[in-house]
Design a binder for this molecule. Structure first.
Ligand code: ACM
Ligand code: ZN
Length: 541
């Protein structure tokens, strides 16, 4: 083992010139072949390295992307346990995602735990720790550890979505929340309603304005789209994520954030006409009409195709930011309310959530909603994503007894600025006027103020990347890292204090970001190369 460690060190020094040392792996269970293969594939995914593009380069938005010269040993399977450098074994007595690495042995409760352990090994080996010295045991505290990518406001290619999943995997996260429908674009092919992608995935221009200033905005003259994912592409992404033990939770946001659908099929809206795929950001008063059976039929049909496409045990049906103004004016909605004994228009959303939720539950899955859905009343069976930090909402959810996923915007919204003086610090001018520094992510306590019973209903947390002001994926990476790493540690329950985190960030995570060529923000990292935007760069919203 000593000789091998020396070889690793030599390889790090003469990375390009030498053949890489081998790391021989023995699998004590043949059911783990897939995990080993995927790990090999991940380690080979050294961005641009094969094309010889190592070092630092500027990205589309002007960030620096570093692809380091570090090498990982070449991982090979071996059949002889005694000759192996690393033995991987399962231990039924361990919790499913738990793993332990010590004395050249990785033991885990299930293949998912093995996969998490291999991510830890990536971090340890890239930080220069010798395999024999790696000694770590993790039993993730929360079952749901994830991140949302908004592909409605801006679209990201299949390769970029896979890179998002790679970033989740490296951080031992296990849920990819895929926000697929928005006022500004419908991104998922639905066979029964082809206009959703023919019309709904295109917007005619994009306003160059901040969130609420669009009425005075100038506009670019560029058509955005058609951009959407085919079913084949979605199956490919779901399989890619599953190989990495990551569940893809699709979100079809209803009844609000549906203008792209209304533009495609105007009968879905209370006004029945005059809709277009939105070219600016904000909350649209036009939502799905909940007074007509045809709307419910549409929603159920879409959900049926989603259920067939995504094996996830959870389907997200949105429910955020749905104004009631159109329902109050609409004769069909008013009649429907009367027939169903509803006193307030908000109850229409409760009716819809229960109907669609029951449909999802009848298929053996759970349904997730944003916390806004509690306002008109909510079924206890729904899982609630707590995001809005609106007074009273979380209390109402707690009293109602729902399971909760924590994504409080002041700790988990990764579209907020990273520094206090963003423009002075070279941050791109984003619409969000809020500030979420790394430390606030790290110090997030998803169970703060909860009783033991309530805490048992908190199934996890996630970071959200809303992309109004992120036209390209390098911007997404820059906003994700390192804040996602901080949230990941909250989810794993491995926190040892912010100073300790900063040290490990520099020693363990940054080398991995740079091995894979992920763009990251330098603000909290003393001594990193300063990042700056390329001269004359102008952001188009
Ligand atoms: C949200 O941020 N509207 C869930
Ligand atoms: Zn209506």
């Amino acid at each position: 083992m000593k000789l091998k460690s020396a070889l690793f060190a030599l390889a790090a020094l003469f990375a390009c010139a030498c053949t890489r040392p081998e790391l021989k792996v023995y699998l004590s269970d043949s059911g783990l072949e897939k995990e080993l293969l995927v790990w090999q594939e991940m380690l080979a995914r050294h961005k641009d390295a094969e094309a010889g593009k190592r070092g630092a380069c500027r990205t589309e938005m002007g960030y620096v992307r570093i692809v380091s010269d570090r090498e990982m040993p070449a991982v090979r399977r071996c059949e002889n346990e005694a000759a192996a450098d690393l033995v991987i074994a399962l231990d039924d007595g361990m919790p499913e995602e738990a793993f332990r690495i010590a004395d050249g042995r990785l033991t885990a409760g299930s293949p998912a735990g093995v996969f998490l352990g291999l991510q830890e090994l990536t971090l340890e080996l890239l930080s220069g720790t010798e395999l024999d010295s790696v000694c770590v045991e993790i039993n993730p505290e929360f079952a749901h550890r994830g991140a949302l990518l908004d592909c409605g406001r801006h679209f990201f290619s299949v390769e970029e979505v896979k890179e998002f999943i790679d970033i989740l995997a490296l951080n031992k996260m296990n849920v990819f929340h895929w926000h697929l429908t928005e006022d500004q674009g419908w991104r998922i092919a639905i066979d029964k309603y082809p206009l959703l992608t023919e019309i709904g995935s295109v917007r005619h221009h994009t306003d160059e304005a901040r969130y609420n200033d669009w009425r005075d905005a100038s506009r670019d003259s560029l058509q955005y789209g058609p951009y959407f994912y085919t079913k084949e592409q979605i199956r490919d992404i779901v399989a890619y994520a599953a190989d990495r033990h990551i569940k893809v939770v699709p979100e079809i946001d209803m009844p609000g954030h549906m203008l792209a659908a209304l533009a495609s099929y105007p009968h879905l809206g209370c006004r029945g006409q005059g809709y277009e795929v939105w070219t600016h950001w904000g909350i649209s008063p036009d939502v799905v009409c909940l007074g007509r059976e045809s709307s419910y039929e549409f929603l159920m049909d879409v959900i049926d195709e989603v259920l067939a496409l995504f094996p996830s045990d959870m389907i997200h049906i949105g429910g955020d930011e749905a104004p009631t103004v159109r329902w109050e004016e609409c004769p069909d909605c008013r009649r429907f309310m009367e027939e169903h004994g509803m006193k307030e228009a908000g109850e229409l959303q409760k009716y819809m959530s229960r109907l669609v939720g029951d449909h999802i539950r009848a298929a053996g899955r759970s349904c997730i909603v944003w916390d806004d859905a509690i306002d008109g009343g909510l079924d206890t069976a729904a899982v609630v994503m707590n995001w809005s930090c609106r007074p009273g909402r979380l209390d109402a959810v707690r009293a109602n007894g729902n399971r909760i996923i924590q994504t409080a915007k002041y700790n988990c919204y990764l579209d907020y600025y990273q520094t206090y003086e963003p423009l002075k610090n070279g941050e791109v001018d984003m619409g969000a006027r809020r500030y979420l520094p790394l430390q606030r992510c790290y110090e997030f306590d998803p169970l703060a103020g909860f009783s033991e019973d309530e805490a048992a209903r908190v199934i996890g947390l996630q970071g959200n990347v809303w992309t109004e002001y992120m036209p390209s994926f390098d911007q997404v990476e820059f906003m994700l890292l390192p804040r996602l790493t901080a949230l990941a540690e909250v989810g794993l329950g491995t926190k040892l204090g912010y100073d300790d985190f900063l040290t490990r960030l520099k020693e363990k995570y940054v080398p991995a970001y740079e091995y894979f060529g992920f763009v990251y923000a330098p603000f909290a990292l003393d001594g990193t190369e300063p990042y700056c935007l390329s001269e004359g760069y102008k952001v188009k919203y």
